[in-house]
Ligand binder design. Structure first.
Ligand code: ADP
Length: 412
């Protein structure tokens, strides 16, 4: 049970951490890439401005002075193009120009592939007149920038993975620490229940033996007193059962290995069905059993008897007169499957989760009546789990319920 909570804690922890970290990595990448692109645009604009300053109109033709370029252009990845007012290419320097024609409206353009190029287009204005005499387009291949971004991506991904692994290790330790007080308080509660029920045994025993003695010599008693004594006897019996159940639950909670021995489940179930046949008949119900022979498993006979007694009792208790109860047991690969099916009142879907809780009853008003205190299924579940088995329930209100117990088979 605690293991499950620990795993859940661990997984949630990791999930939240991964989300936060990925968000952070994405934010870093977005800001970094935007900055890089802005820097590139600024560089190209400066270059474009000096290229524009080195062009002039001569005889109504655009003349370009290219001597400044030798120092200005960066290692063959940049290209300059001059266009006249009509957009005709006049001169080009460098060979990585974008394929698209000049677009005077777009200042910054990106050609995404083959090769990836970013370009900046600027107008050229006449020195004196300030009128438009042409355009200059400065382009740069993006290979370098893409390489930088790729390195950043790899760095971030590796960083995120390492951080998640480290935090995972930390979370294992943390969840262990977090669970310790819970486990300790659970253990205290269990010990308290065990001690309290154990301590209640002797006084209850004293009451019941005294009442027994008193009832043995009941002739001299007034009839009211006899009734009172009878009520005390039955309440004592009920309390004794309750304390025994609590003690049993406290013991199975300790998860100490039980003394297991080979048990013939087929015989055990046959005997139980026989035991409950008269009760079924008196309630005008049919109790049917289909039991595969020789189902042997490694278990605690008393516990298994208790398990199926509780399930049968519930089936008979929560099924109205004329109903049917069926017990089936068969082998399934490495397991034995026992189902107890009834045609009774059923269990509401919202209650299905809760029926195995201690002291939980669908009809809470009937607390502590003769029939039980709501511990029956809690005990069944505890015993089944201590046999490394599982229990499931299917139920339709008004139609009936089906409890399925699976227990591992004994290999001889
Ligand atoms: P108890 O029978 O003592 O009340 P259990 O733990 O055995 O306690 O059962 C808990 C509750 O689950 C019952 O009070 C009842 O509401 C419901 N329940 C159990 N078995 C059945 C069944 N076969 N059909 C309908 N309801 C059931």
């Amino acid at each position: 049970m605690f293991q499950k909570i620990r795993y859940r804690l661990l997984i949630f922890n990791l999930l939240v951490f991964s989300l936060v970290l990925s968000g952070f990595a994405i934010a870093v990448r977005v800001v970094f890439v935007r900055n890089l692109k802005q820097q590139l645009t600024d560089r190209l604009t400066v270059l474009g401005q000096s290229a524009a300053a080195n062009a002039e109109i001569d005889d109504d033709r655009l003349k370009v002075e290219t001597s400044f370029l030798n120092q200005a252009l960066a290692g063959g990845t940049q290209t300059l193009e001059w266009f006249d007012r009509q957009g005709r290419l006049i001169q080009q320097y460098g060979n990585a120009a974008p394929r698209s024609p000049l677009n005077p409206q777009a200042t910054v353009e990106v050609q995404p592939q083959n090769p990836a190029i970013q370009s900046v287009t600027l107008p050229i204005l006449g020195t004196e007149t300030q009128e438009l005499i042409g355009y200059v387009r400065v382009s740069q291949r993006l290979d370098e920038l893409q390489e930088t971004v790729l390195q950043l991506d790899v760095g971030l991904a590796v960083g995120v993975v390492i951080a998640i692994v480290l935090s995972g290790t930390g979370s294992v330790w943390l969840s262990q620490q977090a669970m310790q007080p819970i486990v300790a308080s659970f253990e205290r509660l269990r010990q308290f229940t065990a001690d309290a029920s154990h301590e209640l045994r002797s006084p209850l025993m004293a009451i019941s033996s005294n009442v027994e003695v008193a009832l043995k010599y009941a002739e001299g008693m007034r009839s009211e007193d006899r009734e009172v004594m009878g009520a005390i006897a039955s309440a004592t019996e009920q309390m004794t059962r309750l304390t025994e159940d609590l003690l049993l639950l406290a013991r199975t909670d300790r998860a100490a290995p039980m003394a297991l021995a080979p048990v013939n489940l087929s015989e055990l179930l046959h005997q139980l069905v026989q035991l409950y046949q008269p009760q079924a008949q008196s309630q005008q119900m049919t109790l049917e059993a289909i039991i595969e022979p020789n189902l042997i498993l490694q278990g605690d006979e008393w516990g298994l008897k208790r398990t199926f007694t509780n399930l049968l009792q519930n089936a008979l208790r929560y099924t109205p007169t004329g109903g049917q109860v069926k017990l089936e047991a068969r082998r399934l690969a490495q397991q034995v499957q026992v189902t107890v099916t009834d045609t009774g009142i059923g269990i509401a879907p919202e209650h299905l989760e809760r029926i195995f809780e201690r002291f939980w009853r669908a009809d809470q008003s009937r607390r502590y009546d003769q029939e039980g205190a709501g511990l029956g299924l809690a005990i069944v579940q505890a015993i089944v789990h201590s046999h490394r088995g599982s229990i499931k329930v299917n139920s339709q209100p008004g139609e009936g319920s089906c409890f399925t117990v699976k227990l591992p088979l004994h290999h001889s």
